[in-house]
Design a protein. Structure first.
Length: 581
């Protein structure tokens, strides 16, 4: 009751007083990269109208304002102030003015004055508190190249981190690997100071040719010790204040090059790097119909995650299956390692004399040229199958049909003196047990026939077998995508959506391909060659681009965008299945 009465008295005391507004920026001098605050204060009103967030080039404002209200009565005179505050950071130095505006409050038009201030370079003492350092190999860079990089966060050891966000990449010309929660930590001495360092190793991949910039930023908050000088020295306790910093690495300006079209070999399968290529055959004494294994291995450093299996081509009298793929990294980020492709080969004729020559090509960024390794033809011996088809099983021998010779006489039945009585036995065909037994037997033979027909088709029709396996994988991936979208787990959704699209699009390829090795450019080429509708191609590429952005850049879609892409995924898969049929 007393509180209500106080508010009523405050309201009555305020009645008739003019409403005014003021604005300020704190601190008065803003340093580049250091958080500041812009505040609008409404005097003599508890009402705060909707106020749009300022939009000024060079100033990065938070989207949401914090609000507060302060009431007091001094000598019987009541006053009230209502405030809206936005945090912001300056991304460049210079003079700035936040324009004024007119607000309508309680039927009155209230003018908010403009605020002018200066943004100065970050002071040396502030700059020394923490900084971000990017290390990357020198260019030139090529689209699809795997570039090892290091990003280091350095914080003075006399300060402590109150908060830290993951680094963020500026610009859209590169993709980067994920930053984990466990960077390498150590203490280093730089410029006469000791710093606590946090270093991430990752891979950068250029995705767009042309002029490009590369820079990373990171939000951190540090606790800075301060002394309370208002207390006597014997009670001078050390306290701390928290200061938010926006750190940026030095800007790198470069020009990303497209892989040259000239002299690009047909055997190039998107491998960019430096590799040693070897081949191994499990046996050279072969037999028709018996499978062997051909192992191709690429070892070195490069874009292992983006390279496709080398194409062997159409080999006469050979059945060649798509390879199993295995990658063994030799560093933490997967830039160095060994990628193995195991092909299953089945000889079809004893006339085969050799494993054909194999060409495997890659692009070497250091040499700026394509390099092709030729694996010479390997002589082999192929024996006929141990179980050839017996043609006599399908012909009749004249001797088997000869009915001449002595006929065996029939046995004489004994004469019965009493023949007994005749009783109707009924028809065997009408007995239920006979009908049920023969129906079950017929159903069993029908089932075995269908099963054997499908098994034979799966064995001999590689495309049909691939389609059946792919459909099972698509159903499983789609179910996982539905569950992830329902729980708003974007990472899990894209991890399921990408293989579902890869599997479905791989079935449109002219040559058999390994679905999980397809990259976005491969999918686009397959869709163009299959003359798929433009709307389908656009939706597929949008989902794949969003998956890349989520996986490599950590960009998270809104709930609405995720729900929309989940619906697009189901619709696209249904439409692709219809077009395939």
């Amino acid at each position: 009751m007393l509180c209500g009465a106080g508010l009523l008295l405050t309201g009555l005391a305020l009645h008739g007083q003019n409403i005014s507004a003021k604005a300020d920026v704190s601190p008065e001098v803003v340093m580049e990269g250091v958080s500041a605050e812009y505040t609008i204060t409404i005097v003599n009103s508890s009402r705060l109208p909707d106020i749009n967030t300022p939009r000024i080039e060079g100033l990065d404002f938070d989207d949401t304002a914090s609000t507060s209200s302060f009431r007091q009565i001094v000598n019987g005179r009541a006053s009230i102030e209502t405030r809206a505050s936005w945090s912001f950071e300056a991304t460049r130095t210079g003079s700035f003015t936040i324009p004024g505006r007119t607000l309508r409050i309680s039927g009155e038009e209230v003018r908010v004055p403009p605020v002018s201030f200066e943004v100065v370079p970050m002071g040396e003492e502030t700059r020394s508190r923490a900084f971000l350092q990017l290390e990357v190999t020198d260019g030139p860079y090529f689209v699809g190249q795997a570039i090892p990089a290091k990003l280091g966060l350095f914080v003075r050891n006399d300060l402590s981190l109150a908060n830290i966000a993951f680094p963020e990449r500026d610009g859209d010309a590169f993709l980067n690997g994920e930053f984990d929660n466990n960077p390498r930590r150590s203490r280093v001495r730089l410029k006469g100071r000791i710093y606590e360092s946090f270093v991430w190793d990752f891979i950068l991949t250029p995705i767009k040719a042309g002029p490009a910039t590369l820079q990373f930023s990171q939000q951190v908050a540090v606790q800075i010790p301060v002394s309370d000088n208002s207390m006597p020295s014997i009670f001078n306790l050390r306290r701390s204040r928290t200061e938010e910093l926006t750190l940026r690495s030095d800007l790198i300006e470069t020009n990303v090059r497209q892989l040259p079209e000239e002299d690009r070999p047909d055997s190039f399968s998107d491998a960019v790097g430096e590799f040693d290529i070897t081949a191994d055959l499990s046996s050279r004494d072969l037999q028709v119909g018996e499978p062997i294994t051909l192992t191709l291995a690429l070892e070195g450093q490069g874009n292992f995650d983006r390279m496709a299996p080398p194409e062997l081509g159409d080999w006469e009298n050979w059945r060649v299956y798509q390879p199993q793929v295995e990658f063994t990294p030799s560093d933490e980020v997967g830039h160095e390692g060994r990628k193995v492709f195991e092909y299953i080969l089945i000889p079809r004729s004893p006339a085969i004399e050799e494993i054909p020559e194999i060409a495997v090509s890659s692009f070497n960024p250091e040499a700026r040229a394509y390099e092709t390794t030729i694996i010479e033809a390997e002589p082999v011996t192929v024996k006929p199958s141990d179980t050839p088809l017996d043609s006599r099983s399908f012909s009749f021998d004249e001797e088997d049909n000869d009915t001449s010779g002595t006929r065996i006489p029939e046995s004489l039945l004994p004469i019965r003196p009493n023949v007994g009585f005749l009783t109707p036995s009924g028809s065997t065909w009408s007995r239920p047990a006979f009908i049920l037994g023969n129906s079950a037997l017929a159903a069993l033979f029908l089932f075995l026939g269908i099963w054997n027909s499908r098994r034979q088709r799966l064995r001999h029709d590689q495309r049909h077998a691939r389609r059946q396996i792919g459909n099972r994988r698509i159903r499983s991936a789609l179910e996982r995508a539905r569950e992830a979208a329902a729980s708003e787990d974007a990472g899990a959704f894209y991890k399921a959506a990408r293989p579902a699209l890869q599997e479905r699009l791989s079935l449109f390829a002219r040559q058999p391909v390994e679905a999980r090795t397809l990259v976005s450019s491969d999918c686009q080429q397959i869709m163009q060659e299959a003359s798929l509708p433009e709307s389908i191609r656009t939706d597929c590429l949008q989902i794949l681009a969003a998956a890349d952005a989520c996986e490599f850049a950590g960009l998270q879609p809104t709930s609405e965008a995720l729900s929309r892409q989940a619906a697009d995924l189901e619709r696209v898969l249904v439409e692709l299945n219809r077009l395939q049929k």
